[in-house]
Write a protein that binds this ligand. Sequence first.
Ligand SMILES: [Zn+2]
Length: 287
Amino acid sequence: MSIAPPESVRSNPWRKLGAGVWVLPTPGFGMNTGLVLGADRGLVIDTGAGPLQAQDIYCSIRTLTDLPLAVVNTHAHGDHYFGNSYFAAQGVGEFWATARCREVCIEQGEAQRGLVAGIEPGMAAADGDNTDIMPPTNLVEGTPVDLDLGGVSVTLFHLGRGHTDHDLLVGAGNVLFTGDLVEEGADPAFEDSFPADWLRTLGKIVALEDLYDVFVPGHGSPSGVEHVTTQLERMRSAIRVTKVAMDEASTDVTKAIPLLPYGPEQSRVLLTRLRTLAHWQWLDRKH
Ligand SMILES: [Zn+2]
């Protein structure tokens, strides 16, 4: 099936980050789709929030290459993988992610539909072509996976919990796609996060600066390692302030919110998340 590209993608919207490595910021959530091209095939990093966005991404890819494609999903948030079904309909047969990512897609995919209602009404309503939730099929378990794209090798690896419990990183040449472990231009999203582990994982990403020069966040502009270090330091201070407030039992912990280096919404989410995790730990110790 050939599809005429929408007007918006007829001129090249991709930003080249390195040899055969590209990024495409998508509208709506501002999610960054990545593309790595070898001599034999291409790898698409994250497929968008539903079939409309996936079609735009796919048509944009076809302005660069006619090669067969594989997909990798960085994590199980709908803005990153709800386009999978559209890509499968175009003949893509490999969808890589962590094994845990697949589980979360299956467990929580239907419940996430409402999040994309603003830009993907069909996906939100499960109404229309390619609106089924398609979990990844090719799983990264404990060890990194190297994919050969034809003279170009891409490494898929998990460094520990952070934005979720299953974030996958994608290294291609001197470019590292970090998924939502790194954010630029917005606060990190803590809803499903493990904040203390996130610090450790960001530290591991910073330690990769000898291997990678360009770090592509899940949303926002690609940057050098200094942005990852800044995010790490800011998060460390946010967690410290929140924990001090939680330890001072007489204090209303919400008073910590204006002290945090984030906007009120994500400050509140971080606070709630740390309290929930502390409660789980308390339950674990009790039983
Ligand atoms: Zn996310």
